[in-house]
Ligand binder design. Structure first.
Ligand code: PLP
Length: 427
């Protein structure tokens, strides 16, 4: 594959954008391949500025669950463009999207729109603190909740991939009330509650972790968190920025039948446009200004184009059939990869949750950050390079997931498996 234009475009980007990217993991920090600069995409395919065609398994890190440029989303966006694209005032689409969120996400009674997952989680923590009048919160090692100061401790993928020690720019004070527990380890959570029985406002958790690679919750883990929150009077926040409308139409909470108090959403909810959302019990949500005292705001929040895109996306998903399809494709991919691991006796394992999976270069089982971080990053690098050369776009980090979309076909999954067989046979 020729990458002349891509190389030049990235060189130019580095002149005026720090590291050449607007989000660090795109810089391919831990792999030996240079970032690819893209030009256009449709369905399961994406093309770079040199005209190379790839099958895309990043799917914009999740949002493109129907593939790129689904007709329904595109026509909704076009129609709204004709009517105006930022009012800074209420519009009907934001109400419709909030109604849809409250209908689909089982624990949601009221919803507020923001413009990114980072804003959603940051605001959810503030709301939980305002509601409980407590300061501390618990997060899990290897879980990522966006890049706000208090949440960037032990934050998995992007930070881990670049091996950034500590977090320069974040003051000790900003993380002084952030308590870190071990994912899938209820004992570590109880110990924190017992150390601070009156001080913990919330637990925030990725119910199916996706930012240390895919790590599903152990049996009873989520219910255990629910019970601990009830026992100690804390708010349970499910960060479903990846899981929402992905694990099922109602997210991980529907799949596991455990109800949080607040849910944060992002990625799929915007249909590819910048939308985040936090939603929850009305009693808690009504603490937000102007109904209540907890301040939160956004000039472009509820942007009509983004709202129409999200609404069209969720309306398509509600029509049915998508989850059966993508989960079956995910299972097919998992089976194929497991076959390769067995055939070459590779020290690898696959974790999968529906249409999301990670091939770990460690024997596993991978159940938390400790076990995920035992992965052989050099082997991952070779795998990544081999797959990219063969025309398959996967996340450039061991600690990310592969996303199957409804635009993928069985043939594409099989061609991925065949390419992976070639690459992995040479490791
Ligand atoms: C991506 C992600 C975020 C942050 O969302 P942005 O839109 O990138 O700010 C938060 N939580 C989880 C679980 C995520 O995967």
């Amino acid at each position: 594959m020729e990458h002349v234009n891509s190389h030049n475009a990235f060189a130019e980007a580095k002149q005026c954008i720090p590291g050449g990217v607007n989000s660090p993991v795109r810089a391919f920090g831990n792999v030996s391949v240079e970032p690819i600069v893209y030009d256009h995409a449709k369905g399961s395919r994406i093309w770079d500025v040199d005209g190379n065609e790839y099958i895309d398994f990043i799917s914009s890190w999740g949002p493109m669950i129907l593939g790129h440029r689904p007709e329904a989303v595109e026509s909704a966006v076009r129609a709204q463009l004709e009517k105006g694209y930022s009012f800074g005032a209420p519009c009907v689409a934001e109400t419709k999207l909030a109604e849809t969120v409250c209908r689909l996400i089982p624990s949601a009674e009221k919803a507020r729109m923001v413009s990114s997952g980072t804003e959603a989680t940051m605001s959810a923590i503030r709301l939980a603190r305002g509601y409980t009048h407590r300061d501390k919160f618990i997060k899990f090692e290897g879980n990522y909740h966006g890049h706000s100061d208090a949440l960037l401790a032990a934050a998995g993928s992007g930070v881990a991939t670049l091996s950034i020690p500590g977090n320069p720019g974040i003051t000790p004070g900003a993380v002084a009330d952030t308590l870190i527990a071990r994912y899938n380890d209820l004992g570590s959570v109880r110990a924190l509650f017992e150390a601070y029985p009156e001080d913990v406002a919330a637990i925030i958790v990725e119910p199916i972790a996706g930012n240390m690679g895919c790590v599903p919750p152990a049996e009873g883990f989520l219910q255990g968190l629910r019970d601990l929150c009830d026992e100690f009077g804390a708010v349970l926040i499910f960060d479903e920025v990846i899981n929402g409308f992905r694990a099922s139409l109602g997210g991980a909470q529907q799949l596991y039948n455990v109800m949080p108090d607040i849910t944060t959403l992002g990625k799929i909810i915007g249909g590819g446009f910048p939308v985040g959302c936090f939603a929850g019990r009305a009693e808690i949500m009504d603490c937000l200004a102007p109904a209540g005292q907890v301040y939160q705001a956004g000039t472009l929040s509820g942007n009509p184009v983004a709202m129409e895109a999200g609404l069209a996306m969720l309306t398509e998903l509600e029509k049915g059939g998508v989850y059966e399809k993508i989960d079956a494709l995910g299972a097919r991919l998992e089976d194929g990869l497991n076959g390769i691991i067995a055939k070459y006796s590779l020290p690898c394992c696959v974790n999968r949750s529906g249409s999301v999976l990670t091939l770990f270069f460690t024997e596993g089982p991978v159940t938390d950050w400790d076990s995920a971080s035992k992965s052989n990053i050099q082997m991952f690098d070779k795998y990544f390079e081999g797959m990219t050369e063969r025309g398959f776009i996967i996340a450039p980090s061991q600690y990310e997931c592969l996303f199957v979309s409804a635009a993928h076909t069985e043939e594409e999954i099989d061609s991925f498996i065949a390419a992976a067989d070639e690459v992995l046979s040479q490791l």
